[in-house]
Design a protein around this ligand. Sequence first.
Ligand code: FAD
Length: 159
Amino acid sequence: MDDRQFRNAMGKFATGVNVIATETDGKIHGMTANAFMSVSLDPKLIVISIKEDAKMLEMIKETMRFSVNVLSREQQEESMIFAGQKKMEDAFKFDYLEQVPVVRNALAQLSCEVYNEHVEGDHTLFIGRVTGLDLQDGDPLIFNCGKYRELKELENVSV
Ligand code: FAD
């Protein structure tokens, strides 16, 4: 199989969209990421996967803290900004949770500290211990087959 085929296969798996954020020397850096999973309830752990050439990789290694922000349907622009697909004139305005920068109006904001890390191929998996969270109601932004989408409820059939 070639790389394109592999990417197309992975793209069939619909996901939400997150922004990962961290702060070093007073400078906040954000990055769009959909490689995210809940790992454990006790302790409360999640995993993110960061490619080897992303600036975010060295920054998380330095700070050992990051946030995961689950974007809402209204936050496609934020996703594009932090994927380098759209430029902002001014610096993005972040809020804080447990001293970690978070994206305002995200459906879920999770502050995390690095619990473990594993280099696997060309990505690094960071296991994050969740130190705080904040939730909001709303519909998620969806990513599938390389496109942004929204959720649609299907007819519920009673069995
Ligand atoms: P850069 O490319 O330099 O930064 C990303 C962008 O964010 C730049 O345009 C920068 O100007 C902007 N930015 C950062 N901080 C600020 C700020 N404070 N204010 C304003 N703008 C700012 N890659 C992965 O490794 N893992 C994934 O799981 C993953 N999932 C993705 C899912 C989707 C839906 C998309 C679209 C991309 C995904 N990517 C993923 C790719 C990743 O988002 C991009 O390659 C990204 O550009 C890598 O960021 P970087 O840390 O190298 O920094």
